[in-house]
Design a protein around this ligand. Structure first.
Ligand code: GRG
Length: 316
């Protein structure tokens, strides 16, 4: 199976699970369930559940009974997108090639749909799974919770807001290496550290948590979990650097979301701090690290390396 066939088939499993398990749109009160379904079932690469599936398969698990737990990752991810697009945060009206949830359903419903998706996710995670003992499942749930709490994804988002405000206040909006001088910017050490903290927490922890969810629910041993964690961290950081590069290089039509926003908002990003070429090189180095760790897992079906490559080569 090629990586494209693999991604297509696993994405179909996730889509079917989301479609089946989300409350029907006419569940009372209908508007919140319509908004939840609109937000979740509107496209998206489904990378996080696919990473969990791939980790579980690399560990030799039968993924069928685990699909509901894995698909909960997409609910968490979608909630973060819905809230990030709200007027108080990014104030965006385009996501996954469609109007954002709050634009269609109103701001209050955007807030509540995000809240409901996060809660629904933990309900899916806590649903008993045949063949998985309760202690292992509790450990997996705690891992996902830590990935997105105030020391994880939310902490990363807060640090991002602080950094954006700070660079604007100091009149230090990062300078791009694509400016006419062609010179690569010199990244102050403080900014690089801050940027690593933001990316590690805001994006990296949920991606790593997805891989760990797959490993833990499969009953992987501690060494394998540690390898999966290194794979997830390298892949997660590479994912965000590529996202930063795509924001500069691609159009809104290709991305399905507003392009060029990072520069407009004076955001701390890898290309802004170190230049496009150095950012691309760093993504390549991280890809190497991810692939090396992926190959250390000797399961029967291992697409982890191919997924890391897909993440680095993607155009949206
Ligand atoms: C809870 C408000 C709030 C924010 C948390 C994750 C996050 C922080 C905000 C979402 C917006 C953002 C730019 C996140 C960075 C991670 C990222 C590149 C998300 C896009 O993920 P993809 O490419 O999107 O997997 P699709 O649409 O394919 O699911």
């Amino acid at each position: 199976m090629t990586i494209d066939e693999y991604l297509k088939s696993r994405r179909a499993m996730v889509e079917a699970t989301l479609e089946r398990e989300l409350p029907p749109a006419d569940t009372r009160p209908a508007i919140i369930h319509e908004a939840m379904r609109y937000a979740v079932l509107g496209g998206g690469k489904r990378i996080r559940p696919i990473l969990a599936i791939a980790a579980a398969e690399a560990c030799g698990a039968n993924i069928e009974p685990l699909l509901k737990a894995f698909s909960s990752l997409e609910l968490i991810h979608t909630y973060s997108l819905v809230h990030d697009d709200l007027p108080a945060l990014d104030n965006d009206d385009l996501r996954r090639g469609r109007k954002t949830t709050h634009v269609v359903f109103g701001e209050a419903m955007g807030i509540l749909a995000g809240d409901a998706l996060l809660t629904e996710a933990f309900s899916w995670l806590a649903t008993p799974i045949g063949g998985v003992d309760a202690a292992r499942q509790v450990r997996a749930i705690a891992e996902v919770a830590r990935a997105v709490d105030s020391t994880g994804m939310i902490g990363g988002q807060v640090a991002d807001l602080e950094a954006t405000g700070q660079s604007l206040m100091e009149g230090q909006a990062p300078r791009l290496s694509t400016e006419p001088t062609g010179e690569a910017p010199v990244a102050p050490r403080r900014h690089l550290e801050q940027l690593q903290f933001i990316h590690h927490n805001k994006t990296g922890k949920l991606l790593t948590g997805s891989v760990l969810l797959g490993g833990i629910l499969s009953g992987a041993d501690d060494d394998t979990i540690a390898t999966l964690k290194r794979y997830g961290q390298a892949t997660g950081l590479a994912f965000q650097i590529v996202d930063d590069l795509l924001d500069i290089e691609e159009s809104a039509a290709t991305l399905g979301k507003t392009a060029g926003k990072d520069v407009e908002q004076g955001k701390l990003t890898y290309p802004a701090l170190m230049g496009v070429e150095a950012a691309r090189a760093e993504a390549g180095r991280l890809l190497g690290e991810a692939v090396a760790n992926a190959y250390m897992i000797k399961g029967p079906l291992n697409y982890l390396a191919a997924i890391a490559r897909f993440i680095c080569d993607r155009r949206s």
